[in-house]
Design a protein around this ligand. Structure first.
Ligand code: PLP
Length: 385
């Protein structure tokens, strides 16, 4: 129940499109002059219909993933050693992008009250210094699930504009919104100066389970920002990936809507199950994503995770990796519940004592995983592999 991809069979339109292309049996270079406008046009139409945002397809750049695109942007705006703002807990993959570009994370913790996360605007502004040039926004936020409101985005956008910090809006989770919640694209904000200070990064990969196809896109209303990023960006795209994304955004909406509804049901199921059977776990239904962010502080106390990690690190062979308390919890659940989840500390400041559970799977499997966790936590097992 770890890495963020889905267990479901792909939408039939995607499989059909890939099968049709397979029949051609020739794999020479793809005509990007034709493939690019086809896909960017379809993505723009999808964005207009689904989120009401106008994107000029000619301002859209295809990429082999959100990571390579973000890396190109970081290389453009954030010199080596400079700071990149993150609102934490946030997607752990951003830290690898920062390592790759030799930039420094500036973690600005989200505020947490009564199980709800919110942005800390004052702290965010305080953390900006002369060497802060970009901010990676995650909307909806992985792992907390927050769908940021137009007010949140406007306030954070104003601060960034004032301090000349470019907003890199990663909106890859935008389709996973729970009932009664709303995804607001950063690019849809009414203040054009704020939007012009941003680039948006997206893909069909989370929405349609296409991560292995390696296709994503980014766009900006600011031609200067876009031109500068393009200098540092090269996408080697593959035919099947483009076909899969094209089929998804032209014919996949019904499938996606059904899937979003099913995942919403999974979230309700998790909330109910945790409340009834997992007194050691704190959980609130998130606003978005297919991830459940579980507060396992009481589990950490029960198994004495800090002391276990310290003991492990004291006695381990010199060349073995050191372990954090979260990794002890992660191991505990693997050994005693046969459930693997992602340990919270890897999501930056504020992530400790949490586990991220991917629930984009059958409700049966979610139930089995939760039942196993409940059974393990009722026992007294403390031994580790
Ligand atoms: C917020 C966020 N951005 C980016 C990615 C990865 O994007 P890609 O596979 O397109 O590089 C993920 C994957 O989990 C993610 O959660």
């Amino acid at each position: 129940m770890g890495i963020a991809d889905m267990d479901f069979k792909a939408a039939p339109v995607i499989t059909e499109a890939l099968q049709a292309r397979m029949k051609h049996e020739n794999w020479g270079y793809l005509d990007m002059g034709k493939a690019t406008p086809e896909l960017t046009g379809a993505v723009a139409a999808w964005n207009k219909k689904r989120y009401g945002v106008d994107i000029d397809p000619s301002t859209m750049v295809l990429s082999a993933g959100v990571h390579p695109a973000l890396i190109a942007a970081l290389l453009t705006f954030s010199p080596k050693g400079s700071k990149v703002l993150l609102q934490t807990p946030t997607y752990n993959g951003f830290y690898s992008d920062l390592r790759f570009t030799q930039t420094q994370p500036e973690d600005v913790p989200l505020k947490l009250a009564n199980g709800k996360y919110s942005m800390d605007f004052d702290e965010f502004e305080r953390r900006i210094s002369i060497d802060t040039h970009s901010f990676i926004l995650c909307n909806p936020q992985n792992p907390t699930g927050n769908c940021w409101s137009a007010d949140d985005l406007t306030r954070i956008g104003e601060i960034c504009l004032k301090h000349r910090v470019v907003v890199l809006a990663d909106e890859i989770h935008c389709d996973w919104v729970t009932k009664g919640q709303k995804y607001t694209p950063f690019a849809s904000l009414p203040n054009k100066a704020i939007v012009n200070n941003s680039l948006t990064f997206k893909a069909a990969s989370k929405s349609f389970g296409l991560a292995a196809h390696k296709v994503a896109w980014f766009y900006s209303t600011n031609p200067e920002l876009l031109a500068r990023v393009k200098v540092n960006h090269r996408a080697d795209l593959n035919t099947m990936g483009l076909i899969a994304s094209q089929a998804a955004v032209t014919g996949g909406e019904d499938w996606l809507n059904q899937c979003v509804e099913y995942i919403d049901g999974n979230h309700d199921f998790v909330a109910k199950f945790v409340a009834a059977n997992l007194p050691m776990v704190k959980y609130s239904k998130p606003q978005g994503t297919y991830l459940a962010w579980l507060d396992v502080s009481a589990v950490a106390d029960k198994i004495n995770a800090k002391a276990l990690a310290a003991e492990h690190n004291r006695t381990k062979p010199a060349n073995a990796p050191t372990l954090t308390p979260e990794q002890m919890i992660e191991r505990y659940f693997v050994k005693h519940a046969k459930v693997h989840m992602n340990q919270g500390a890897s999501y930056g400041t504020g992530g400790a004592n949490h586990m991220r559970m991917n629930i984009a799977t059958s409700r049966k499997l979610v139930e089995l995983a939760l039942t196993n966790l409940a059974t393990a936590l009722k026992g007294n097992q403390t031994n580790f592999v």
